[in-house]
Design a protein around this ligand. Structure first.
Ligand code: BTN
Length: 284
């Protein structure tokens, strides 16, 4: 089934109504309130500044007021919770495509959904789902923080973060970027509903900076060689003894291969048509 068949009227799924705020604690929380009050799929909350921006794993998301894109999008996929797990990887593909189209920047994707340029983070995505008693998704809030025109970062993240302005050497049009991101998300989300994760998964592999690397992922002691993502977005890897490892959460950090790495291991998937994105960009 083509995306058009799933959405015969060609109506946009993502991009409106839009609630544009100057300042809010978190666009995620504001969108949760709107979702609970019955807001339709595609509702977007944007803010110029967040006083309590939230990142993954309980971290804060800091911003410089007015410089970046801070927004949350409401999705209502009619799927079981497990079926929607890949959505955050789909979102990373869409944002990477939009950033390439609007700013000419080739951002790599670090599993599951960070956008990097070099080894610095350009964009973070926080996917939060509300699930009903039967395990079906009521809504997913995709929160996206894209560093656009910020020229300086606080000392705690200075070595880890970058912005499109720093990468390209020129200020970027935030509204144009937002339009590109929403259009790319609309396309990729429609495709995901129609045919599943496979097409975005292929593009995720091409843009990945995690595939083919030895990494440590929180909670797993030994380094693993990353080979693929599966059909729900989990990371597939092998440890130094060649044992298969499947990871559904955590953050990959580059690691040295174990001393005996290579014995009995097949080549990583870093070489075929779906080879990782060409940009230099180790995980961190
Ligand atoms: C990450 O840790 O990488 C995810 C960061 C997500 C930040 C965005 S900014 C807009 C939205 N509102 C929030 O409070 N968080 C997300």
């Amino acid at each position: 089934m083509s995306p058009a068949a799933a959405n015969p009227a060609g109506a946009r799924l993502v991009g409106g109504p839009r609630h544009a705020l100057d300042e809010v604690a978190s666009t995620q929380d504001e969108l949760a309130r709107l979702a609970a009050a019955g807001a339709p799929e595609g509702t977007v909350v944007t803010a110029l500044h967040q006083t309590g921006g939230r990142g993954r794993r309980g971290r804060a998301w800091l911003d410089a007021p007015g410089d970046n894109l801070l927004f949350s999008i409401l999705l209502r996929p009619a799927l079981p919770a497990a079926g929607s797990a890949a959505l955050s990887l789909v979102a990373a593909v869409a944002v990477s495509e939009a950033v390439a189209a609007a700013a000419g920047v080739a951002a790599g994707i670090r599993w599951p959904n960070d956008l990097l340029f070099g080894d610095r983070k350009l964009c973070g995505i926080l996917a939060e789902a509300a699930v009903d008693g039967a395990g079906r998704v009521e809504s997913v809030r995709l929160g996206i923080g894209l560093n656009v025109n910020q020229a300086e970062f606080p000392p705690s993240i200075r070595a880890l973060a970058t912005s499109l302005r720093l990468v390209t050497g020129r200020a970027q049009d935030r509204e144009r970027l937002l339009g590109e991101v929403l259009a790319a998300l609309d396309r990729r989300y429609g495709e995901f509903l129609a045919v599943g994760f496979a097409p975005a998964r292929a593009e995720w592999r091409r843009r990945s900076v995690t595939l083919g690397r030895w990494v440590r992922v929180g909670g797993v002691r030994d380094p693993v060689l990353v080979e693929d993502v599966d059909e729900v977005g989990a990371l597939l890897a092998r440890d130094g003894a060649g044992r298969a490892v499947r990871l559904t959460s955590g953050e990959p950090v580059d690691a040295a291969p174990p001393a005996r790495a290579g014995e009995g291991l097949s080549a990583p998937v870093a070489t075929g048509p779906d080879a990782p994105h060409a940009g230099r960009a180790p995980g961190r």
